[in-house]
Ligand binder design. Structure first.
Ligand code: BGC
Length: 254
């Protein structure tokens, strides 16, 4: 079965049809630049371009970098235009896509769903936490494979600041930090999350997961196992399609 997945990020809007049996893209993905400011109208236009590129006419799952309730309504917008708050994103995207059935999900939750099913968290019991390090820090918390949605652990306080303002990969880049310096901050953050949740496994996602060997050595001394994400750039697209399949699977193309 195939469903279309779209990942809305700070720099790009990326999408492709997803093969849900393999948990992988069925075709090479298409990417357009995220407009700045990233307003609902501008982003919806970018989404339309990506979906139209494939002539897709079935259900579409989309990620969003903020809290999303009921697969529809955006509740927070830490790193995107504030006019998103309380927008019915499902209605907006569906209307812009000519009435296609749409599901919207938090970006880290989507990546976590894909990783626990097809990637680094496959078959793992107990508490598993995926953290994505990018413009912000996203989180997805699972117990025995079941997601607790919209956990927002990137906004926990660390040293008197929001954790994502201390330890995101954007902060590393903006301050030209060494892997060691950044690694120590991430370790302190993980220790804090571990104190609260005692997970068996941390999965580290986001662009940095490709460079895990550069910082994993600094994340020693925690009880939990720590592994890089496996689906890397495609986790959001795959996870968004999986969530849309739960909502609209009966209308999918075989
Ligand atoms: C947002 C989260 C999002 C994360 C990663 C945070 O600022 O509040 O909802 O998952 O960034 O994009």
């Amino acid at each position: 079965m195939q469903i279309f997945g779209v990942d809305i990020g700070g720099s790009g809007i990326k999408g492709a049809p997803v093969d849900l049996d393999r948990g992988d893209l069925a075709q090479e993905r298409c990417k357009v630049l995220t407009p700045h400011p990233a307003t609902p109208d501008g982003v919806a236009d970018g989404v339309r371009q990506v979906v139209e590129h494939f002539g897709w006419t079935g259900p579409v799952g989309l990620t969003f970098p903020g809290v999303v309730t009921d697969g529809a309504t955006v509740r927070t917008a830490a790193n995107v235009d504030k006019s998103w708050i309380d927008t019915d994103a499902r209605a907006l995207f569906s209307e812009r896509l000519g009435g296609l059935p749409v599901t919207v999900v938090n970006d880290a939750d989507a990546a976590g769903v894909a990783e626990t099913h097809f990637g680094a968290g496959r078959g793992r019991k107990g508490t598993v936490i995926l953290l994505t390090f990018g413009t912000g820090i996203g989180s997805a918390v699972f117990t025995d494979g079941v997601l607790v949605p919209n956990t927002e652990l990137g906004h926990l306080e660390l040293d008197g600041h929001e954790a994502e303002k201390r330890a995101s990969s954007k902060v590393k880049d903006d301050h030209d930090m060494s892997w060691e310096h950044w690694g120590h901050r991430v370790k302190k953050y993980l220790a804090h999350v571990e104190m609260l949740f005692s997970p068996e496994l941390f999965i580290i996602g986001g662009g940095v997961s490709r460079k895990a060997q550069k910082f994993l050595p600094y994340l020693d001394g925690l009880r939990a196992e720590i592994v890089p994400a496996e689906l890397q750039n495609n986790a959001g697209i795959v996870g968004a399609a999986m969530r849309a399949a739960e909502d609209h699977g009966q209308r999918a193309a075989d």
